[in-house]
Design a protein around this ligand. Structure first.
Ligand SMILES: Cc1cc2nc3c(=O)[nH]c(=O)nc-3n(C[C@H](O)[C@H](O)[C@H](O)COP(=O)(O)OP(=O)(O)OC[C@H]3O[C@@H](n4cnc5c(N)ncnc54)[C@H](O)[C@@H]3O)c2cc1C
Length: 314
């Protein structure tokens, strides 16, 4: 329950303009500022540098240009242009061609047609250049629309596309079965948002049990699933199940977030597993950052120490 209430508190705080101003002032201002543990940088160039360092260690990556909940067509168009530029910069840089994005960043709240057009503007050059594009999953008011947009693009033969599904939602078993039927690639996550009891499990043990069951469904019938968690027990469970069912190590991958459980990332890599790191960057890092704090309240003391030490030196 503590985890659920801290999640709710941090999600509420993530809407505070004053806190956002304070965090923006100190969070990324210097090379060792506190938000840099979770955010690769505010510019594409910084993100590419971080990606290169990960790749040099044998890790795979996906780059995410941070942004969400845009309320105008102009903002959605600007985010789309940034993604197209990101594709060009990634191609020029030679790093792995894999990106993640959110539909509220591309204007799904403005209107669905605008969002689909924007997504197509990204998917076309992405497809030409051999990119894989993952649609992140946002909170439950967006689950249905995200999957509908995903299927629209899938039916239009965009096959360089996958989606994230959240184990905490009751509906996810059906969604996993549907994606398995399509042959679409799923990233399974626990779910980062506080959701009502009408649609989602409220207790960690239930979310974990659902995650484990859905991992099995994906390993048995899915197409190159991504098991995205830092939970050692669930990772061990997935490894054991894959071994027992004879699922080869190149038929699935593990994923973790930038800056989280780097020790475990290295261990899985050394054991011959594919390990992909989600690398977020951009100026709109505050809501993403707050979700990371809400997941692990111990992170707050790390941030407070960072702010205090920076204030002394400013
Ligand atoms: C690659 C990737 C992509 C994701 N995409 C989405 C998405 O599209 N939609 C969505 O809703 N969610 C997404 N998430 C977030 C996910 O839903 C969880 O909120 C997040 O991964 C924390 O849950 P956990 O599985 O690590 O398990 P938890 O039970 O929360 O944590 C297990 C252990 O992991 C470590 N840990 C977890 N979080 C942190 C943290 N913030 N700081 C430090 N240590 C931590 C701790 O050691 C903790 O004990 C994504 C996660 C990953 C790894």
């Amino acid at each position: 329950m503590y985890a659920a209430s801290s999640k709710a508190l941090f999600l509420a705080l993530s809407r505070s303009a004053a806190l956002k101003r304070l965090a923006s002032k100190y969070g990324m201002s210097k090379p060792d500022s506190f938000a840099r543990r979770f955010i690769a940088g505010e510019t594409i160039e910084e993100a590419i540098e971080a990606a290169r360092a990960l790749q040099a260690r044998g890790l795979h990556l996906t780059l995410d240009y941070l942004g969400e909940s845009v309320t105008s067509a102009a903002e959605a168009a600007a985010a789309t242009r940034e993604y197209v530029r990101l594709i060009e910069v990634i191609v020029a840089s030679g790093i792995e061609r894999n990106i993640s994005l959110k539909l509220t960043q591309l204007g799904v709240d403005v209107d669905r047609a605008t969002c689909v057009d924007n997504l197509r503007r990204i998917l076309d050059p992405a497809q030409r250049h051999g990119f894989f594009v993952r649609i992140d999953m946002e909170n439950s008011p967006y689950t249905a629309v995200t999957l509908e947009v995903f299927e629209t693009m899938w039916q239009q033969q965009y096959r360089n596309l996958g989606v994230a599904l959240q184990a905490l939602l009751y509906r996810t078993e059906n969604d996993v079965r549907r994606m398995n039927e399509l042959g679409a690639r799923v990233r399974l996550v626990k779910g980062a948002y506080k959701e009502p009891a009408a649609v989602a499990h409220q207790h960690k043990a239930d979310v974990d049990a659902a995650f484990s069951q859905l991992t099995r469904l994906l390993l048995d019938h899915g197409t190159y699933p991504a098991i995205a968690t830092h939970d050692e027990r669930l990772i061990e469970d997935a490894r054991a199940y894959a071994q027992q069912r004879g699922v080869a190590r190149d038929r699935f991958e593990f994923q973790m977030l930038y800056g989280i459980r780097r020790d475990l990332q290295a261990t899985l890599l050394s054991r011959g597993y594919l390990m992909r790191v989600y690398v977020p960057f951009g100026q709109e890092w505050f809501p993403y950052f707050m979700r990371r704090l809400g997941e692990r309240p111990a992170n707050v003391s790390f941030v407070i120490r960072g702010i205090l030490s920076e204030r002394k030196t400013v």
